[in-house]
Design a protein around this ligand. Structure first.
Ligand SMILES: Nc1ncnc2c1ncn2[C@@H]1O[C@H](COP(=O)(O)OP(=O)(O)OP(=O)(O)O)[C@@H](O)[C@H]1O
Ligand SMILES: C[C@H](N)[C@@H](CCCCCC(=O)O)NC(=O)O
Length: 425
């Protein structure tokens, strides 16, 4: 199985990475797992995972990762969840980068199947997972195209595949600004959320000025939370026998609890499902509103082209010249249904009308040879589409020809100037 085929965990979790190897990832992962275990509600289980480990010892023909032992101990790993194989599903003996260990075995690509099985098991049995990387984010995991680095899949690619928010462990001492900033940049660039940075081996009594200032610099320069400052401690390796000094690194405890409860904690899975549902409903609602708006705009625009504006006016010229002149029609309605009695326009309106027709190209007058009388109606002097023929019927009612093309074909069309002259006569 290839990395991109890996199941995406559904259980909420944290991925603990570091600015390099031996920086304290396991110590911090253990502190967080221990903390979460203690704050968990009854029945909730914390899972731990270090998908790939190198530098493992051989015992009774088995490769054992010390990190896995420490993680399992911190999380009080329940036998029902699984054994150390589940904590570190892929193990190498040489203490080198996994891709290098593979190379030493004459291989290039990793088979990610054991990691996939571990993820599925954790999804089935746990409420929260603390996962740990190998070395820093650019450590090569296998030789394969398509990764962050050319021809190489890195630890960051694995973090991306898992998708958990990231805790970065960095050294508190000189040199950390560069390493931390590079790590933050890479993790952010991969689109992963950074929960914060833990500074390890912090000594408040250090006469190195940078030790005291690094945290603040990292916070502002990298725009990250500093989750905690872990002092040097002889018992750092055993979180369950933790010494008071490490316990006093209360920031990590407080923050890991906060992280658990508020950031990516137990409710996240349900919350994210709820959020997804709400988003879907909102999206559906937006789609319906957009559809309705589209329909409305379409309807209004077609209605506008079909409807008759209130101030339509036209020139009526009967063949016998009786009652010739400008008629005004005040009507709102559908073209198909227009039936209205024209009203002889007032002199004032006639003046206005001619003033407007002389400006509006589409306000034309026409004369029919085959109908008793007719006029051209301009619905909207600004619109070039609103030319419809109107026929004044014998009984004085108006008949609207829907499309004036036929009508126009048979009758001379006069210009607005002609209309003006006609009106002036
Ligand atoms: N605050 C500390 N005080 C004392 N010892 C520490 C502290 N942090 C880490 N160590 C020790 O440093 C060593 C490396 O720590 P750790 O295993 O946590 O690093 P890591 O980043 O997980 O390394 P790897 O890359 O191998 O996974 C361990 O022996 C650990 O006990
Ligand atoms: C052997 C180490 N402890 C570690 C591998 C570190 C690889 C570092 C490679 C590098 O950055 O040069 N393995 C592990 O975390 O399982």
């Amino acid at each position: 199985m290839e990395l991109h085929q890996l199941s995406r965990p559904t259980t909420p979790g944290l991925f603990v990475t570091g600015t390099g190897t031996e920086i304290g990832k396991t110590v911090v992962s253990c502190l967080i797992a221990d903390q979460i275990r203690r704050f968990a509600r009854p029945g909730e289980r914390v899972g731990v995972l270090k998908p790939v480990a190198s530098g493992c010892r051989k015992e009774r023909g088995q490769l054992i990762a010390e990190d896995a032992e420490q993680l399992a101990h911190a999380a009080d790993l329940d036998a029902a969840i699984g054994g150390l194989d589940l904590v570190t599903p892929i193990r190498f003996k040489p203490a080198v980068a996994p891709a290098m260990a593979l190379e030493m075995e004459g291989k290039e690509a990793l088979d990610w199947t054991p990691v996939d099985l571990a993820i599925k098991r954790l999804d089935e049995t746990c409420d929260f997972v603390v996962a740990e990387g190998v070395g820093g984010v650019m450590v090569p995991m296998e030789k394969k195209p398509g990764g962050t680095m050319k021809g190489v899949v890195t630890c960051l690619d694995m973090m991306k595949a898992l998708g958990w928010p990231v805790v970065i462990v960095a050294d508190a001492r000189l040199g950390t600004l560069n390493h931390t900033a590079l790590t933050v940049q890479a993790v952010r660039g991969a689109g992963l959320k950074i929960v914060g940075v833990v500074l390890n081996r912090y000594d408040p009594r250090s006469d190195d000025e940078s030790v005291r200032r690094n945290g603040e610099w990292i916070r502002t320069m990298c725009r990250v939370k500093i989750l905690g400052l872990i002092p040097e401690s002889e018992k750092a390796w055993d979180v369950r026998a933790i010494d008071p000094v490490l316990r006093d690194a209360a920031d990590v405890f407080v923050y890991s609890k906060a992280v658990y409860l508020h950031n990516v904690g137990d409710d996240t899975r349900h919350r994210s499902k709820r959020i997804r549902l709400i988003l879907r409903i909102l999206l559906g609602f937006v789609a319906i509103v957009a559809g309705l708006a589209g329909w409305y705009v379409w309807e209004v625009s077609t209605y506008a082209s079909r409807t008759f504006r209130a101030h339509a006016a036209g020139f009526v010229e009967r063949l016998d010249r009786s009652e010739s002149g400008l008629y005004l029609l005040r009507f709102d309605g559908d073209w198909d249904e227009i039936r209205g009695t024209p009203v002889k326009a007032s002199d004032e309106f006639v003046r206005d009308f001619y003033r407007s027709v002389s400006k509006a190209r589409n306000a034309l007058c026409c004369e029919s040879t085959d109908v008793r009388s007719g006029f051209y109606l301009t619905l909207d002097p600004e619109s070039t589409t609103a030319r419809h023929s109107v026929v004044l019927l014998d009984d004085g009612r108006l008949h609207i020809a829907k499309e004036s093309a036929d009508f126009l074909g048979e009758v001379p069309v006069y210009s607005a100037g002609d209309a003006a002259r006609a009106g002036a006569e």
